[in-house]
Design a protein around this ligand. Structure first.
Ligand code: HEM
Length: 497
């Protein structure tokens, strides 16, 4: 009789796991057949044991050394293929079958997959095309005839004035950078309806950070127990996330509502994303995805994706100017030679290769984006002889590339010159993948690079940056981890040059 009970219990157990995690058994069979990429043994629901929860890329790098540059594992209930080789990353991410985003992302669930970053299918194709074309049009304009050209000098002035107001006293740099970044970004999103001086800005950045840290922690719940989001102890996390998303949407609605459309003169083009979108909506034959809800989600998403990433990299930039004074001096010598006393302009970029090189080296050395937004296999596909099953999440482990000595000489040294040719021109490296690659790569890349360039160059032209006397050097291994890595809070001191 007891045998029957054991069999029944076993069947119940199997039924339970198959119902909760239908992808587990097929992947286990693939694992033993060797059809999918190799990897450590994974258990149902919990996945592989021993992942460093705060810094999973470190565990992935360790496993990469054992299983190779492409391996797979269950990360919780999610079947993940991890890539740590530039050639493999380029090949896989450029495959249209890998153009999806994981469905479990909290962001995707909270905004009903609107926007661009979390959208799939027609919604993504139509809106991505719109966004890329509009941004290209705006950023392609000369500075003296573009909303960005009008607002970035305001952002720079805000930054310089805030630095000057510190009167040589130590200060926290983040709030100052946040203000400048949102002022520039707001110019291309909705022509400056939300500048750094707006009282909503600090709470908006708080909402971005809540969104990133909470969505990082809620993936398992979102995948298998979505109903648990409303049950303690997950409830508070869920409502925090919802509050953040609602706040971002309200800021976006405010900025959209404030914007008045004017009659376009003959040959005149709309100047920002909200404006262009609304004119598209007015057309009788507009695409089905041009809706009010989409406009709100897209605006909120751009404010978040743009300002959080640019702010974070800029904070690392400031930290490295203080930690590497000799590199700071080299940039200042070049600025004195090329720009002198006049204001820096984005048009100076080609003559100031070292500034772009400094930003690039910062992105490599800080590893601010340890693994970019994941992708999802929309259908079963292959890389080399390996099957990548439909629904698999694809993660690129950028950390292991940035610190690979076969790719970058002396990877643990901060050396911007590695991105310069013999004449001092900036030479981008094909091994830098912080903006992703393929049809889903970052549409804001050109904008971000220009903004980082102009903020760094303007700052170093006017100020010498250093760590205040007695201030502990922030521990580079103790970063605040969410989707992005940010340095621990630190103070700097600046003095007029
Ligand atoms: C230093 C700054 C930035 C970094 C490091 C960064 C990085 C990334 C990465 C890695 C992706 C995913 C790419 C992929 O799946 O292959 C992405 C996507 C995206 N980024 Fe950025 N980004 C930055 C700035 C911006 C800015 C300024 C904007 C907006 C103006 C923006 C808007 C987006 C959007 C909308 C997507 C989703 C694209 C899609 O799914 O088709 N980003 N970004």
């Amino acid at each position: 009789m007891w045998e029957l009970w054991i069999i029944l219990l076993l069947l119940l157990f199997v039924f339970f796991f198959v119902a909760l995690q239908p992808n587990y058994l097929p992947r286990l069979i693939d694992f033993f057949r060797g059809t999918t990429p190799p990897g450590p043994i994974s258990f149902p629901i919990v996945g592989a044991i021993g992942v460093d929860k705060a810094r999973p890329w470190k565990t992935f790098t360790k496993w990469g050394a054992i299983y190779g540059d492409i391996f797979s594992v269950f990360h919780g209930v999610e079947y993940v293929v991890i890539l740590a080789d530039v050639k493999a990353i380029r090949a896989v991410l450029n495959n249209p079958a890998i153009d999806g985003r994981p469905v479990n992302w909290a962001g995707r669930q909270m905004n009903n997959s609107l926007g661009v970053g979390f959208a799939d299918g027609l919604w993504w194709t139509e809106q991505r095309r719109f966004l890329v074309n509009t941004l290209r049009g705006i950023m392609g304009l000369r500075s003296d005839n573009s909303p960005y050209g009008k607002y970035y000098p305001i952002a720079v002035q805000e930054l310089l004035a805030s630095f000057a107001n510190t009167n040589g006293q130590p200060f926290l740099v983040r709030p100052i950078i946040e203000k400048a970044v949102i002022t520039s970004l707001s110019s291309v999103v909705h022509e400056g309806q939300l500048t750094g001086e707006d009282p909503k800005v600090p709470a908006l950045f708080e909402a971005f950070s809540t969104f990133f840290s909470a969505s990082h922690n809620t993936n398992v719940i979102n995948t298998i127990f979505p109903w648990m989001r409303k049950v303690p102890p997950f409830r508070s996390q869920f409502y925090r996330l919802k509050g953040a998303v609602d706040y971002m949407a309200n800021c976006a609605r405010f900025a959209i509502g404030e914007k008045r459309l004017h009659e376009l003169a003959e040959g005149e083009k709309p100047m920002d994303i909200v404006d262009t979108f609304r004119r598209e909506m007015d057309k009788s034959d507009h695409g089905v995805t041009f809706t009010e809800d989409q406009l709100v989600c897209l605006t909120a998403e751009l404010l978040m994706a743009g300002s959080e990433d640019v702010t974070n990299i800029m904070i690392w930039v400031v930290l490295f100017t203080a930690l590497y004074p000799e590199e700071q001096r080299k940039v200042q010598d070049l600025l004195d030679k090329v720009v002198g006393e006049r204001e820096v302009s984005v048009e100076d970029r080609s003559a100031l290769g070292l500034v772009d090189a400094f930003v690039h080296e910062t992105m490599r050395f800080s590893n601010a984006v340890p693994y970019p937004l994941p992708r999802r296999a929309l259908e079963e596909t292959k890389y080399l002889d390996y099957k990548i099953p439909k629904g698999a999440t694809i993660i690129t482990n950028i950390w292991s590339i940035h610190f690979n000595e076969k790719i970058f000489d002396d990877p643990f040294e901060f050396r911007p010159q590695r991105f310069l040719d013999g004449e001092g021109n900036f030479v981008p490296s094909p091994n830098m993948l912080a903006f992703g690659t393929g049809r889903r790569s970052c549409p804001g890349m050109e904008y971000a690079k220009k903004d980082l360039f102009v903020l760094l160059a303007s700052m170093l032209q006017r100020f010498k940056i250093e760590l205040p006397e007695g201030e502990e050097k922030p521990d580079m291994h103790q970063t605040n981890d969410g989707v992005n890595l940010t340095p621990q809070s630190f103070k700097i001191r600046c003095t007029h040059r």
